[in-house]
Every structure is written in C-alpha cells, then in structure tokens.
Design a protein around this ligand. Structure first.
Ligand code: NZQ
Ligand code: ZN
Length: 389
C-alpha cells in the first residue's frame, strides 16, 4: 500500500432483526427536541413509522416531522426542512429511510445553525461546516448508498440541472448510529432492490479501478463484489431470503464506509456521469449508474488493463487460458453486463427519460475527476453519454 491515510469511522451500527430495540438507549443520549425525517410514505405502509414513533414517545421526546423527502432530495426541500427544524429548536435528527432521507438529514445537520446559503457553501464551494452541527441517527430501510456509515450527502438543484455530492471531511457528520434490520428492506419494490444492488457493486468498482500497487483494499473489494453477485442472485429468486438480504445490507455498508478506499486513489467517474444524468432526468440513482457503466468501463479498459484482467479472473472466474489479456478483460466486462441484465437493470439513458437534446446539460453537469485510469475530456464525456443513450 503506497498511500498515507487516516482511518476513523465513529458510526455505531446495530444489525439484525432486533436492532430497533437499541433506539431506546441511543435516544437517551441526545436532547429532547427531535426532528423525525422520512420519505414519501413507505414507512407508514410497512409499519416502521409506528414502531419508531412508539419508541420516541416512550422516551418522552418532543418530535417535529419532516415528511416527504423525495428520492434525489432537492435544495428546495432542504430549505423547507430548515424552517421546521429551526422553529422546533431541534437538538437531534432521526432519519428513517434510504440514502435520500439520510443524505438530507446530514444536509440539515450542517445547515440548521448556519446563516449562509447551504447550496453555495456546501455543494458549490465544498466548504466544511463553520457552525454547530446537529447529531444524526438513522434507521435504514433501503440498501445501496452506504449513507448509513459515511459522511456523504447528495443534493439536487433541479432548475440548474445539477446533482452534487459532498463528502464531508469531519466524521461527526456521519450518523452517530445506524440501525440495520434486513427485514425492513423486504418491502422494497424489485426496481429499488436491484437498483440498490448495482449501486453497491459500482461503489466497489469506483474504488477498485484505480492505482497499480498491491493493496489490501483491492482484495477486500473483490470479496465484497463476489458476495454482492452471489447474494443478489439468491435475492432475485426469493426476495424474502433473509440470509441474502442481510448479506446485501452488510455489503452495502462496507462498500462505502471509507474502508476500501484507504491507501489508494479512487475513480468515481461513473458516479459523476450518473449524477449528471440524475439531475437531468430525476431517474433512480442506481439505474443511472447502470446505464453509463458498460460504455465507461469499455472506454477505460485499455488504460487499466492489468486491473481489468484481475477483475475478470478474481470476481467473474474467467479462465485466462488461450486468451490475450484484452480478451480476458473483455470477458470479465461481458460477465458483469450479463449479470446486470439478469438483475433487470435499465441499461440505457433513453429508457430513463434522456434524449440528445439534453446532451449539453449532461456534459456541463459532469464533474471531471482525475483519480481513475483515464481522465476524460468533455468531448469524451459527450461521446460516453451518446453511447449510453
Ligand atoms: O420515499 P419512500 O416512500 O420512503 O419510498 C422510497 C423511495 O421511493 C422507497 N423505499 C425506501 N425504503 C423502502 C421503500 N419502499 C418500500 N419499502 C422500504 N423499506 O425506495 C425509494 C428510494 O429511496 P431512496 O432513499 O431515494 O434510495 P437510495 O437509498 O438509493 O438513495 C438515493 C440517494 O442517495 C444518493 C443518491 O444520489 C440519491 O440522491 N447517494 C448517496 C451516497 C452517499 N451518501 O454516500 C452515495 C451514493 O452514490 C448516492 O449518490
Ligand atoms: Zn452510488
């Protein structure tokens, strides 16, 4: 491992079918004034809302609600929530939902005591908070983003066609605790389940396809990828398979809780392309990644050939005998694409609502990063979007 690094992850996790019981003990550590943040209503249908509010009442909390946090949460919804949190004098934020609800809660945490405009401060200038932040706790209901154990927060400004993620450097922005009960994810529609599964897989790819030193992180990444593929196949056959769903939940957390990026560079260009597609179409996050991934990985394959060969052999069990390195690498990418099709992912941007008239916005909204095997130009980004259509 060639990089210098620091590793600190303070999020306490409670995992398993009885995990919610631990909310009692956690709530005792924080103030009386709680803001409960949730999405568009799934937690009311599946009973999680009733279980959580019962515990809040038993702990004597004074609760204000921010309901209706949408997928790809917007800056406008954040401003609306800031009014509620400020009027309530919030001391603690409890996020109950998926990545959108948890990301939103982190954005609320860093903005509630801040006079500056959160969009400009955090999503354009990428500053760290200069005000007091509020602690966030999470009850996770949708698996994929890893937001339950990281400091990432992605917010969309629809009118500007921008969707931007800020990974805060300060680990106190990570949830103080997260409650992970795999049963809570079993009411997810298949579309969301598979989208989350691909999000997990791609988070690992983003950190794997970079660098050329022998690195512990890459071996961890391969193990996680193998389990995501194996468990996803079981969950496809039986979405109620607890073993499969619990493995997927745990894989998601480790895929993006900062561990497997230690000591190496990372790529993240698929996410930059996908986020721009999300800003233009409001499509589901994992599906935007699926649509741009095959053209992107074909495009960078030659620049990172040894890693793509290793990916083919160690993740997809491709037999290299009688093949050139390029053929092995291509067979690995073919195997990945077949698995994506097996999951039923949306594999092109047109089916997500994009068309050629959006190309300028798609290109303008893509942030170019330089950690991967090839730093794309804006022209190359345009070609990648055209291929992904
Ligand atoms: O809003 P409700 O009604 O709750 O429905 C949600 C939503 O429609 C539904 N859902 C969640 N749990 C459910 C459920 N439906 C039935 N049963 C349940 N148990 O699922 C839908 C999707 O939820 P959402 O939170 O939007 O999905 P996800 O977890 O994929 O989060 C997506 C957001 O996270 C960002 C994405 O860009 C996107 O904005 N990301 C955050 C990251 C981070 N913090 O590190 C990294 C990721 O790469 C990603 O960018
Ligand atoms: Zn993602």
């Amino acid at each position: 491992m060639l990089g210098n690094f620091t590793y600190c992850n303070p999020t306490k996790l409670y995992f398993g079918e009885d995990a919610l019981e631990n909310l009692h003990g956690e709530l005792k550590k924080y103030g009386q004034k709680v803001v409960l943040v949730y999405g568009g209503g799934s937690i009311k249908k599946n009973g999680i809302y009733d279980q959580v509010t019962k515990i809040l009442a038993e702990e004597g909390k004074d609760v204000a609600e921010i309901a209706g946090v949408m997928s790809n949460p917007t800056i406008h919804k954040l401003r609306e929530g800031l009014d509620i949190a400020r009027k309530h004098g919030a001391e603690f934020i409890l996020a109950v939902g998926g990545g959108s609800v948890i990301d939103y809660s982190k954005a609320l945490s860093v903005s509630v005591n801040c006079d500056e405009d959160p969009w400009d401060k955090y999503y354009i200038r990428f500053e760290e908070p200069t005000c007091e932040t509020l602690p966030v706790g999470a009850v996770l209901t949708m698996v994929g983003t890893g937001s339950e154990m990281n400091a990432g927060s992605v917010i969309t400004y629809p009118e500007k066609k921008l969707k931007i993620g800020h990974v805060f450097a300060d680990e106190k922005i990570m949830p103080r605790f997260s409650i992970l009960n795999p049963r809570f994810t079993m009411t997810l529609p298949k579309y969301q389940m598979v989208s989350g599964i691909y999000d997990i897989f791609n988070h690992i790819c983003e950190q794997y396809f970079s660098g050329d030193d022998d690195n512990t992180s890459d071996y961890l990444a391969e193990g996680l990828m193998r389990n995501v593929v194996a468990a996803s196949r079981k969950a496809l056959i039986d979405p109620q398979d607890y073993e499969a769903r619990s493995n997927i939940m745990w894989d998601a957390t480790w895929a993006l809780n900062t561990l497997i990026s230690r000591g190496k560079t990372t790529d993240w260009m698929v996410h930059m392309l996908g986020q721009s597609a999300g800003a233009c179409t409001n499509a589901t996050h994992g599906m935007t990644l699926a649509a741009v991934s095959p053209p992107y990985y074909r495009f960078i394959m030659k620049d990172g050939l040894p890693k793509f060969v290793r990916f083919a052999e160690n993740v997809w069990d491709i037999d290299p005998s009688g093949k050139t390195d390029e053929q092995v690498a291509e067979a690995g990418l073919d195997a990945m694409k077949s698995w994506m099709e097996e999951l039923g992912l949306v594999m092109n941007l047109r089916d997500l609502g994009a068309d050629e008239s959006m190309l300028d916005d798609l290109v303008n909204g893509t942030i170019l990063l330089d950690g991967g095997y090839h730093v794309p130009t804006k022209d190359e980004v345009r070609r990648l979007f055209q291929e992904a259509m």
